[in-house]
Write a protein that binds this ligand. Structure first.
Ligand code: HEM
Length: 525
């Protein structure tokens, strides 16, 4: 016990010395006539730690944009954070200077100890990231995702059907739907059965990662040297938590991957991201994958659930909320759908180009409450200068998507859900296009962008074609208030809320049922 306390004291002292050294280093680095960018006043040792809210910091960051301008620098415990508040500036840094700004911040617990730093979103620039990115890029290109149209349409028609059967489950069914699309596309799992062990296991693991990644959840992320403490020390569970998490993550990504390998060996594998990658290798080399390539494909496929499911769910959940709050948007969206599609079928992806209002509505869904309000942060891998400013190596760089998306340049207040802000027929100057920021930037731009965007189209147009969403009413018929707060994490979505969802007409109901009846029970990709 005494050793343990002494150990902690030694680490605490080392930590304070490290902070002092860092503070001194930065003072020195900025004293050559190149100051750090502007930002709120920093306090000794803690910097701006106390100014940065632990939750939903993007609201405070948006205020700092007003106060300090397009580039804001803050510091927490010696770690610099650079906020980029305009698309132009983000592109200047993350796209033009990609070789400096394409690394990710490191996380000791989830990254190093749980092994998630093998996964594309957390990998640093380098051959491993490049190889995973390359296969993700080629197998999710606009052309490659065409073969997933029908499985997406199947799964989304199942969602619409679930809204007719159990409208009160709109939230949990949406989560399942987003996961089903990913599982079917990534592993070819049949659409009806993909909600079994694979999805529930993935959901559990995502929850564990979500909790472990919250800043401050583990002391080892603040004091990385703690990872070297021997595991036999009493009360010291870092290694154990890390290795349990590592096992759970590896099992979650390996179970469906091994399933595909077995199906390939039996000649029964359906086309999918994973089976295509494995087949490509076989066609090129005439043999099964080597250990290196096995690792690359296993992890590239494994990243899809976490990266693609939650963002789609968050965007559509906010959209459903918006529809209850802004019924006039539903009226216009339906007018367009009725005009273009008629009343005998559901919209399909090939209808998209003829639907300007629906496309503007999707942009608005990406803008109104962005699913990733601070995108996914980057880390400067070397010192840099921007104009008169110095940017130290190791600075965490955050594209301030929330502030970027909340501009009023179209003349329509940014808090309103109004697709018209993107239509030249309605405004003189359209709002900044969310496709320029919602899916990220430069070399790390979201590789699932086209697949994800097709999901958004099918969900938005399918919902508008078949159901009416409104606020709930109390016993006297009065509309109930609807103002949920939003979750604080990397991906932000509304906290649970209630709305009324009713089929638009008996015709719409029949169209959904007829479409679901046409799903081949064994279908998947
Ligand atoms: C509405 C849907 C989606 C949104 C809003 C979204 C948004 C994003 C954003 C903002 C990033 C960070 C990019 C950056 O650092 O600049 C990202 C990364 C990523 N996304 Fe998506 N995404 C969506 C759907 C998907 C889907 C469906 C998949 C996979 C099938 C996917 C896979 C990934 C991966 C693997 C990364 C990491 C890329 C890297 O670090 O190199 N995303 N996404």
């Amino acid at each position: 016990m005494v050793t343990f306390v002494l150990g902690i004291l030694a680490f605490a002292t080392a930590f304070i010395l490290l902070l002092l050294w860092k503070a001194k280093f930065q003072m020195k680095a900025t004293s050559k006539g190149f100051p750090l960018p502007p930002g709120p006043r920093r306090r000794l040792f803690v910097g701006n730690l106390l100014d940065i809210p632990r939750q939903k910091a993007w609201h405070r960051f948006a205020e700092w944009k007003q106060q300090f301008g397009d580039m804001v620098y803050v510091e927490a415990l010696g770690n610099g954070i650079l906020l980029l508040n305009t698309v132009e500036l983000v592109n200047e840094m993350l796209q033009k200077r990609w070789s400096i700004y394409s690394d990710r911040p490191t996380f000791v617990m989830v990254g190093e100890l749980m092994g998630l730093d093998n996964s594309i979103p957390m990998l640093q620039l380098g051959p491993m990231w490049q190889r995973q990115r390359k296969i993700a890029h080629s197998h999710l290109s606009p052309d490659a995702v065409k073969k997933y149209y029908s499985v997406q349409e199947d799964i989304i028609s199942l969602y619409l059907n679930s809204l007719i059967e159990n409208p009160e489950n709109f939230d949990s069914e949406l989560r399942l739907t987003a996961g089903r699309v990913i599982m079917s596309v990534t592993y070819g799992l049949p659409v009806h059965t993909s909600d079994d062990v694979y999805i529930s296991e993935a959901e559990d693991v995502m929850k564990m990662i979500g909790m472990a990644i919250v800043p401050g959840a583990f002391l080892v992320d603040l004091i990385p040297k703690l990872k070297f403490l021997p595991s036999w020390l009493p009360f010291h569970k870092i290694q154990k938590i890390g290795s349990d998490g590592r096992n759970r993550i590896y099992t979650m990504i390996s179970r469906p991957y091994e399933h595909v390998k077995r199906e390939l060996a039996n000649g029964t594998a359906l086309p999918s991201f994973t089976s295509d990658c494995l087949r490509d290798y076989f066609d090129m080399h005439g043999s099964d994958v080597d250990a290196d390539t096995d690792h690359i494909i296993r992890w590239a496929a494994g990243a899809m659930y976490g990266a693609g499911g939650e963002s789609t769910y968050a965007t559509i959940l906010s959209f459903i909320l918006a529809m209850a709050l802004y019924p006039e948007v539903q009226v216009k969206a339906r007018e367009e759908i009725d005009h273009v599609i008629g009343f005998d079928r559901l919209p399909s992806i090939s209808d998209r180009s003829g639907m300007p209002y629906i496309n503007a509505t999707i942009k608005e869904a990406l803008r109104w409450k962005p699913a990733l309000p601070l995108s996914i942060p980057r880390r400067a891998n070397q010192p840099d200068y921007y104009g008169e400013y110095y940017l130290p190596r190791g600075t965490i760089v955050m594209p301030n998507v929330w502030a970027i998306s909340h501009d009023d340049k179209s003349g329509i207040p940014s808090h309103r859900f109004a697709p018209e802000r993107f239509l030249t027929s309605h405004v003189k100057e359209t709002a900044t296009d969310p496709y320029s920021y919602a899916f990220g930037f430069g070399r790390r731009i979201c590789p699932g962008k086209y697949l994800g965007d097709n999901n958004l189209f099918l969900l938005v147009s399918g919902l508008m074609a078949t159901v009416e969403i409104s606020k709930k009413r109390d016993a006297t018929g009065k509309e109930m208030p609807l103002d949920p707060s939003f979750t604080p994490g990397l991906v932000s979505h509304p906290e649970p809320f209630n709305v009324q969802i009713m089929p638009r007409s008996t015709r719409a109901l029949a169209v959904v049922r007829e479409r679901v009846a046409r799903i081949n029970p064994g279908s998947g990709m």
